[in-house]
Design a protein around this ligand. Structure first.
Ligand SMILES: [Zn+2]
Length: 117
């Protein structure tokens, strides 16, 4: 079961995806992936291409407590009263697939955006 957390600082509940964190996270984090720009918060692997780079924003004192997209601007503003606001993290496309079955998860993960040159 995925934990849906009510948090008084946000209108939408937070979704805790902590259970999906890879047991190899630490090991993967230490593997130096040549050319990697980001590291996935779920598996720790390097993400090379921005086309595979998804974003999450977390709060409530835990980096895998996902905040609804509609509230990202609020969360990152000084109005946010959530002392446990964690900021934005990166997630690879492989790990996004592991979360796909969670209801409404689409509203909690931002797809890769084309880079403006
Ligand atoms: Zn990953």
């Amino acid at each position: 079961m995925t934990n849906i957390n009510k948090n008084e600082n946000y209108k939408n509940p937070l979704i805790d995806v902590g259970e999906y964190k890879s047991e190899h996270y630490e090991k993967n984090l230490n593997i130096n992936t040549p050319g990697a720009v980001y590291e996935c918060i779920i598996c720790g692997k390097g993400i090379k291409h921005s086309s595979k780079h998804h974003t999450i924003v977390a709060g409530g004192g835990h980096e895998m407590n996902l905040i609804h997209k509609d509230e990202w601007d609020y969360a990152e503003s000084i109005e946010n009263k959530d002392g446990g606001f964690m900021g934005a993290f990166d997630i690879g496309s492989e790990c996004v697939r592991k979360l796909k079955h969670i209801p409404n998860i689409k509203n909690y993960i931002r797809k890769p955006t084309k880079e403006v040159k």
